[in-house]
Design a protein around this ligand. Structure first.
Ligand SMILES: [Zn+2]
Length: 99
């Protein structure tokens, strides 16, 4: 879980998840109220992880799996990707450009 760069406290899973859904313009730390942004490096990693569920479709289609199986694989990998993404988020005090 990410640590607030301002006060150094660790965010819990539930709060990170709720705030993650609204990330973009920065979010306030629930401990110190300081605005935090996702660090560009971790934003890139999260982006890569979030496309991984669709990559699992390629072998699934090649192996001609049944649609219900493909959908279950997609759901499982999507949940895994979301959980992994939350663990990879790093926070920053400033909204730094991605590149
Ligand atoms: Zn804080």
């Amino acid at each position: 879980m990410p640590n607030c760069e301002s006060c150094g406290r660790k965010w819990n899973w539930k709060n990170t998840f709720i705030k993650f859904l609204r990330f973009g313009s920065g979010i306030e730390c629930l401990y110190c109220g300081e605005k935090q942004f996702v660090a560009p490096e971790s934003r890139k990693r999260v982006g890569l992880i979030s496309i991984s569920p669709s990559l699992t479709l390629i072998p699934a289609v090649l192996l001609k799996l049944n649609l219900p199986i493909i959908i279950s694989i997609l759901c499982v990998t999507a949940i895994l990707a979301m959980v992994l993404a939350l663990y990879m988020i790093e926070l920053s005090n400033e909204d730094e450009p991605l590149w």
